[in-house]
Design a protein around this ligand. Sequence first.
Ligand code: SRM
Ligand code: SF4
Length: 549
Amino acid sequence: MSAVTNKVENFKGESDYLRGTIGQELHSGENHFGEASKQLLKFHGLYQQDDRDQRDGARRPEKEYSFMIRSKIPGGRLTAEQYLVHDELAGRYGNGTLRITTREDFQLHGVLKGELKQTLAAMNETLITTLGACGDLVRNVMCCPVPPGEPLRAELYACARRISDHLRPHTRAYHEIWLDGEKVSSGETGEEPIYGQNYLPRKFKIAIAYPGDNCVDVYTQDVGLVPVVQGGALQGYNLLVGGGLGMTHNKPETFPRLADALAFVLPAEVVPAVEAVVTIHRDHGDRGNRKHARLKYLVHDWGIERFRAEVERRLGYRLSPVVPTPPFELELHLGWHEQGDGCVYLGLSVENGRIQDTGNSGLKTGLREIIRAFRPGIALTPNQDILLTGLDPADREPIEAILRRYAIPTPGQLANVQLYSMACPALPTCGLALAESERALPAIIDELEAELAQLGLQDERLTVRMTGCPNGCARPYVADLAFVGRSADKYVIYVGGRRDGTRLNRPYQDLVPRDELVATIRPLLVHFSQARQPGESFGDFCHRVDVVV
Ligand code: SRM
Ligand code: SF4
């Protein structure tokens, strides 16, 4: 293991399996936690934030702290009851909105310190945890959110759950602090059979793709699993390692990276193989420099051959070579679909994942009414949308009537460029945001929509992703077109990724003011409309003609 030097490593190591002083500070009367607890709280699924719109320097010396709570929802599936409890808690303790994340989770924003316990207790009563939704461990395990009407989907979802269960944190700190669970004697050993007391050097992300559909962006994960199917039957998985997107501007030693293909593994070998990769990260990841601590840097620094040899050593057998699989597409799963078991599901587009009532639409209230009345299963998608699943085909008419009543648009009423867009939350909640994202993208999409229509490109399925900083939370670096926050109201424009998530894009223009983003990209769109090859996507075109800064 590398030398332990950074402060987060110290906080973890001294925390007695994530307890630290969270329990004591919870009752301190302050509106926030100290630095060590702030870091440890992430493992409990909680981020201490302050409303950055309210930061006005000297006039308000005390920040207005509140908390973001992230639920951990493997495969994005939850029951109607679990949805309704989140909906209720968002109104009662949060800022009234529910935020679908790019990893199929829910986030509540704006919960005050004094209300954390009630909120977590209510979530846990519905069997949803927030433990391990954040922090240096395996985050929410993703898989395609389409309901398992066919055996293969059921098998892939079960695999996601198995991996998630196997790599879940075992500490009882969460129960003790938030759920008044029994106190386990301090210093007890063996609390974390896989992680140990320092957990991983950094976050670790896993996703399972569906054959031919890369809605989970499998190449951007620390571990990606691509199913290998023959005659409809699952043979195993191609195991990919070392993807990740976070970077820092002007630090070339940090970079987004797509995962490398490591091996083909049989279904029974998946959990041990993934565990082997996780423990390599645990033992060899950089614990000195958090900006070099993700698995991708280890894979990059070692090379895939050395990495494979180490996985083989830990497993005790030689790995098989990867098997060819069909090309990917990005399926959004929107609209009405049969799910293969007599039921249907409806995919609704949620602008940047934010479920809220606005002047234009009563999305939150309308969804609540539908979910109360029809009790569908719920699936949150990696593209920040929602699926209502397991519906009777006869429910279609009455559900559409409710959608009309609340002016909730069906996918056919929205432009492709909106459907294929995503933004991260950024301001005002994200402490790392350099520029606006979620609040800025809708106006940019409107402008882009008009430009595309003028050029006859309205049917293009162009992925547009925006983030308030280079950390990459909306996975911008695989998009056809991306805007990445650079400094207050200025962005780097990236072009040349692929909708199917198999190629990174590259910077096109730097330091572009927000209100000039569309004007800056316009000449490229004109060039594309005139010089593209038949069927060529915008990203492929930009890649071919090699437009870079
Ligand atoms: Fe993220 C940190 C939001 C997916 C890379 N991310 C953050 C924090 C927690 C800011 C912080 O540390 O203080 C953001 C909270 C903002 C807020 O107010 O809600 C945040 N990340 C999000 C979400 C909510 C974005 C969204 O639009 O949905 C996603 C939550 C996913 C989940 O449910 O777990 C989210 N973050 C991602 C992804 C995409 C993915 O995982 O598929 C990435 C890029 C992939 C990757 O990890 O490489 C991503 N987030 C980061 C990073 C950069 C990590 C790195 O390796 O450098 C940070 C900063 C950090 O960890 O230091 C970060
Ligand atoms: Fe915050 Fe940056 Fe992630 Fe956006 S990309 S949520 S600004 S950390």
